[in-house]
Design a protein around this ligand. Structure first.
Ligand code: ADP
Ligand code: MG
Length: 237
């Protein structure tokens, strides 16, 4: 498969503090790739590099084109939807208003309406609560809203930062099922950042494990899941 996203020897950090020390990874068209690793390994920083939120060197390419020097807005327009750590929901707005932030750049009105129908099929609870303030949603519902908003951008690639964080196991299951459905029916590629390696490896085809800003292990998800030494050393279960 052709790579949709490629990171090549990416170094990044905050001011004088280097965090990523040469990260290379790739996400195929329509693929699901996990980026795993302990707290502080550099997972969020990797996503921020892709979206232009931190300075980086090396190269990052989307569909073969370098994202070097591109501001976040251009990366978004090129088809990258970022669901950040903490979800990025605007709690002073209603559910509907949050959703419209996802679709507002689109000019394909008929398709947008179909995508709203799909969103309410995936997340019926959002339909019920459309007119309510997003602050009334539970943590799981806010994660659903963040995913729905990202989906409404019709991205080629979704960057998901710890969608399971702080949620009950059953809610996590439901959310991962929907991520799978979105990937399979809309062919959106997913780069999934998770500390919850077990559930991430069930969804992804390939995975990378970051350790202090370097890729320590990479391989097929099924193999990593079955490799006891990898599990014990890097995945913590
Ligand atoms: N805004 C920031 N300013 C300075 N250092 C940061 C900032 N954000 C993260 N870091 C540091 O970068 C390292 C990697 O963080 P992060 O990418 O958030 O890791 P992860 O998402 O894997 O937990 C950590 O040591 C963290 O303290
Ligand atoms: Mg993080």
């Amino acid at each position: 498969m052709t790579a949709l996203l490629e990171l090549e020897n990416v170094r990044a950090g905050y001011g004088p503090t280097a965090v990523l020390h040469g990260v290379s990874l790739s996400v195929p068209e329509s693929g699901v790739v996990s980026l795993l690793g302990a707290n502080g390994a550099g997972k969020t920083t990797t996503l921020r590099a892709i979206t232009g939120g931190v300075r980086w060197t090396g190269d990052i390419r989307l569909g073969g084109r370098s994202l070097r020097g591109k501001p976040t807005e251009d990366v978004v327009r090129a088809g990258v939807a970022h669901v950040p750590e903490g979800r990025g929901i605007l709690t002073e707005l209603t559910v509907d208003e949050n959703l419209r932030l996802g679709s507002h750049l689109r000019r394909d009105g008929a398709e947008v309406r179909k995508d709203y129908d799909r969103v309410f099929e995936y997340f019926p609870v959002l339909k019920e609560r459309r007119r309510l303030s997003a602050s009334t949603l539970s943590g799981g519902e806010q994660q659903m809203l963040a995913l729905a908003r990202a989906f409404l951008m019709r991205p080629r690639l979704m960057l998901l930062d710890e969608p399971s964080l702080g949620l009950a196991p059953m809610v996590v299951r439901a959310i991962f099922e929907i991520i799978k459905t979105i990937n399979q029916t809309s062919r959106v590629a997913v780069l999934l950042v998770e500390q919850n390696a077990r559930i991430a490896l069930e969804l992804s085809s390939t995975a990378y494990v970051l350790e202090v800003g370097r890729v320590a292990v990479q391989g097929e998800s099924a193999e990593l899941k079955g490799d006891e030494s990898v599990r014990r050393s890097y995945l913590g279960y």
